[in-house]
Write a protein that binds this ligand. Structure first.
Ligand code: GLA
Length: 360
């Protein structure tokens, strides 16, 4: 929980709406430790909440509409709770309207909401999932709906699909809605069952921003999903979760489908192995899994970029086996996640000469 952010959000609420908020919902962003591009293949993932996130201050209002102020942008929106109208542009307003639309509120619901976030946008830490779930949690608290993590996560995922045109999986939304600070969330994206794992106390998880903001990637993302689905169809399984390497080899996949599917099958296996490495407190096993995961995203799934690969190599050189890194999130820029001996972080920051932000 980010105390400064919450306080600022409460102050902004008073400044904008001229009265005090009745409550504030905070939802973090997430970093994914391992299990990339497998959620929409019904796979297993291992994300973790970060410190930064989105706060939404709320109070019921008698004007009969949903009034939202985005404090970071100095922009507002106001719309009907029941079947809000569509916007031509996909910006934060589409996310707000989409989320409210998916919560099925009664006509005439009136709420004042003030949103403030401290997640860098485009850095691969799920700012949009954090925004949607925080908004949903604020609405739920204001109206006494008591919506659980799965309901909020599904509404947020549908918002990405129907209001933003991104055919994402459910990892980000579940990670931010159900994840507990300082713990890795092992999530089965088919059943939505999950378990939380504390990391060994001498391990650190940290984020290094590549400085390249993700942009124009939705097309590439949706294309990867289509390639995986095409491969699953040719293999004759409902999703790549049900495939193994022998099945890939005997199916008539083209080169691209084979590479994409091989990444998915092996990445799901890596998530299971990473969970075992955490339980055994085996950092060198964890480091090998991260390295393999990065190479697979670079060579088989082809979602990394040279700036991120260089950062990965530099971290590898500095850590000298005391941990490892890999790109995290959808790819095409964004951040690198590092898992290393806690004692190795100060040197890493000095030698890289850029911020290394601990996750917990
Ligand atoms: C984005 C999507 C997720 C997931 C990751 C890649 O963050 O929103 O659903 O597919 O990319 O693992």
């Amino acid at each position: 929980m980010n105390a400064n952010l919450i306080e600022r959000t409460e102050d902004d609420f008073v400044a904008v709406f001229g009265r005090s908020a009745q409550g504030v919902a905070f939802v973090p962003g997430r970093v994914n430790l391992i299990g990339e591009h497998v959620d929409y293949n019904d796979g297993l993932v291992l994300p973790m909440p970060v410190r930064e996130g989105t706060a939404v201050a709320w109070a019921p209002a008698d004007h009969g509409e949903i009034a939202v102020r985005a404090a970071n942008l100095d922009e507002s929106d106001r719309f009907a709770a029941f079947e809000p109208s569509r916007l031509t542009e996909t910006d934060w307003r589409s996310y707000a309207r989409g989320m409210v639309a998916h919560l099925d509120l009664p006509p005439g619901t009136g709420l004042d909401l003030l949103v403030r976030g401290d997640l860098p946008r485009g850095s691969g830490l799920s700012s949009s999932a954090s925004f949607c779930v925080a908004l949903g949690r604020a609405v739920s608290a204001a109206l006494g709906l008591d919506l659980d993590a799965r309901t909020l996560a599904k509404a947020a995922q549908s918002t990405e699909h129907d209001w933003a045109g991104v055919a994402c999986g459910i990892m980000d939304q579940m990670a931010v809605a159900a994840g507990e600070a300082g713990k890795a969330l092992l999530l089965d994206c088919r059943t939505l069952d999950y378990e939380q794992f504390e990391l060994p106390s001498d391990w650190a998880v940290a984020i290094v921003d590549s400085g390249v903001t993700r942009g124009l990637v939705d097309g590439e993302y949706n294309l990867r999903r289509q390639q995986c689905e095409a491969a699953a169809r040719k293999i004759g399984v409902a999703s790549l979760r049900d495939a193994d390497r022998a099945m890939l080899e005997s199916a008539e996949l083209n080169d691209l489908e084979f590479k994409r599917a091989l990444h998915v099958v092996k990445e799901i296996d890596r998530v299971e192995k990473a969970t075992q490495a955490i339980m055994a407190a085996d950092l060198s096993a964890m480091a090998s899994i991260l390295r393999e995961g990065h190479a697979s995203l670079r060579d088989l799934f082809e979602v990394s970029i040279p700036a991120v690969d260089q950062l990965f190599e530099r971290i590898e050189n500095v850590l000298q086996g005391r941990g490892a890194a890999r790109m995290t999130g959808a790819g095409f820029g964004g951040s690198v996640v590092v898992i290393a001996e806690r004692a190795a972080l100060p040197n890493l920051e000095r030698d890289l000469d850029r911020p290394v932000r601990p996750v917990f």
